[in-house]
Write a new protein. Structure first.
Length: 180
């Protein structure tokens, strides 16, 4: 599996350090606000686990499963809600945790949905941002790292369901997806 990686961009330690830094900012920003922290499955599962442990104030957590990439490296443009939240969100301060914002389609759809559900506020925290590929005007409020316009995997991010368990973020060798 490691042989399919062209270059490691962010190590386990890099990610741990950035989670501590963002977590301490979130602790300040959400003190007394009882946020509902939402993990966008599946990609954000590891970053979510890191981030919530660094939020040192009251917070509730929930999960949504949405998908737009299917098995490929290109967004289908159609966002499917596979699992919705368990709790109502009206009047809540929402913090969305993502692994990556690429075209912005997934987040734009989620932000619209939460606004429609009359939340008090909605902010976005993402491990990775790939601004070069944006087609929707989504601006994350908390960003771990900006990545170049390449298909990255690891630390929750997949290609065809694999590589999510890599403890780092790396660039997938193009021959891996070009031959598939
Ligand atoms: O900004 P976008 O172009 O919308 O891309 C970002 C989204 O795509 C990936 O999810 P995917 O739909 O592949 O599902 P997964 O999280 O289950 O892998 C990623 O986890 C983000 O949620
Ligand atoms: O670069 C990426 N890698 C994995 N999943 C993704 N979903 C959007 N962009 C990516
Ligand atoms: Mg995702």
């Amino acid at each position: 599996m490691n042989n399919d990686i062209k270059e490691v961009l962010y190590s386990k330690e890099d990610i741990k350090n950035i989670a501590v830094k963002i977590g301490s900012q979130l602790t300040k920003d959400y003190e007394g606000k009882n946020p509902l922290v939402i993990c966008v499955l599946k990609g954000a599962f590891l970053f979510m686990a890191d981030i919530v442990r660094e939020i040192k104030t009251y917070a509730e957590i929930d999960f949504m499963d949405v998908s737009s990439y299917g098995d490929g490296t290109e967004s289908t443009g159609e966002i499917k809600i596979i699992k919705d939240l368990d709790v109502p969100v009206e009047g809540r301060n929402i913090l969305i945790i993502e692994d990556i914002i690429d075209t912005g389609r997934t987040l734009s759809c989620l932000v619209d949905l939460f606004q429609h559900r009359k939340v008090a506020s909605v902010k976005i925290c993402t491990l990775l941002d790939k601004p070069e590929r944006r087609v929707k005007g989504v601006r994350p409020d908390y960003i771990g790292f900006r990545v170049p316009n390449e298909f990255v995997v690891g630390y929750g991010l997949d290609y065809k369901g694999f590589y999510r368990n890599l403890p780092y973020v790396g660039v997938l060798k193009p021959e891996v997806y070009e031959n598939n």
